[in-house]
Design a protein. Structure first.
Length: 325
């Protein structure tokens, strides 16, 4: 739709919403910008009639309840109006849990390079009188990144059902390996984004954390090349893949720091240097290593040695990236 026509339709809707009476075509022609002005010629009248007929059809096609009628028995021709009660959306009501869920979704989409759409949804809800809770049920945790560069190509491939190839670096591997996947979908789980799909080389379902994807994933082949399982539950697949034997991790934290970490830790008392010793339990050690690295010098890993080395490796990569930048 051309910009001028769209603007004219918006002006027409605003004009007809602003009155309870039926407005004649002649009156619409004089008050709505964009229509052929009345210069007394047959050409101008014909041009207006054609334009107005197209606009009426367009409004009705997109669902605008355009009514035709006469305000009184003395009217000599039909007029037009839009009943506000039929046009406006009903009041939006959300329970506390539903509002919290919307807030959580907005927080997740902000890290997925779709913040514009999320913010638009938030503005619309607030305009309708719904106060969305963006913090309820969420613990504040530091993040090493502001988004997932691999999200957009992975999301597009899953949406279009196209095969996807990317380099993936597992935490226990020094180099990335090439993976070929039929992507079923993406899901946020415990604050991180995961790709779930069918690994074509291993002929089995696999889960990939987007932060471990290196480079830009490439889609190939035609759209609609496969279908995910009918009973697929992405969150359950990710949760099952992340279950591990519980491990104990002991760290030192400077007093007054690592507040988010302390919520899930058992205090072990003070160390000789005044730092607080904390015990953590985890079934996802590599996710915990990412979290510990995010605290920088405020947290020091005492044990086990493998966790200490994992955190040092992450901090070394961040330092190297900063030097290159």
């Amino acid at each position: 739709m051309a910009a001028k026509r769209a603007e004219r339709l918006v002006n027409l809707v605003i004009a007809l919403l602003g009155t309870r009476q039926y407005v004649s075509a002649a009156k619409i022609r004089s008050i709505v910008p964009g229509y052929e002005p009345d210069d007394g010629t047959d050409r101008a009248d014909e041009a207006f009639k054609r334009m107005f007929e197209r606009d009426k059809a367009e409004l009705r096609e997109i669902g605008v309840p355009l009514e035709t009628g006469r305000t009184s028995a003395f009217d000599t021709e039909d007029g037009y109006r839009i009943a506000r009660a039929d046009y406006e959306l009903p009041e939006i009501t959300l329970t506390g849990e539903e509002a919290a869920a919307v807030g959580l979704a907005l927080r997740l989409w902000q890290s997925a390079q779709l913040a514009g759409a999320a913010q638009s949804a938030l503005v619309k809800l607030r305009a309708a009188g719904v106060e969305v809770d963006q913090s309820r049920g969420l613990s504040i945790q530091p993040r090493l990144d502001a988004g997932e560069p691999a999200f957009e190509p992975c999301y597009a491939a899953a949406r279009d059902r196209r095969a996807l190839a990317f380099d993936y670096r597992r935490p226990d591997e020094q180099t990335a390996s090439r993976r070929r996947v039929q992507p079923w979908g993406l899901v946020a789980w415990h604050g991180r984004w995961y790709l779930v799909g069918h690994d074509l080389d291993r002929q089995a379902a696999r889960v990939f954390r987007l932060s471990r994807v290196t480079g830009t994933p490439r889609a190939s082949g035609p759209a609609g090349a496969f279908e995910p399982p009918a009973d697929l539950d992405l969150a359950s697949v990710v949760a099952g893949s992340e279950r591990r034997e519980e491990q104990l991790v002991v760290v030192r934290a400077r007093p007054g720091t690592a507040i988010g970490l302390r919520r899930h830790a058992t205090p072990l008392g003070a160390a000789d240097d005044g730092d607080d010793r904390l015990e953590l339990r985890t079934t996802a050690p590599w996710a915990l290593a990412d979290q510990l690295a995010a605290y920088g010098p405020d947290v020091l890993v005492e044990a086990p040695q493998r966790m200490r080395e994992a955190v040092v490796e992450r901090l070394s990569r961040l330092a190297a990236a900063g030097e290159r930048a």
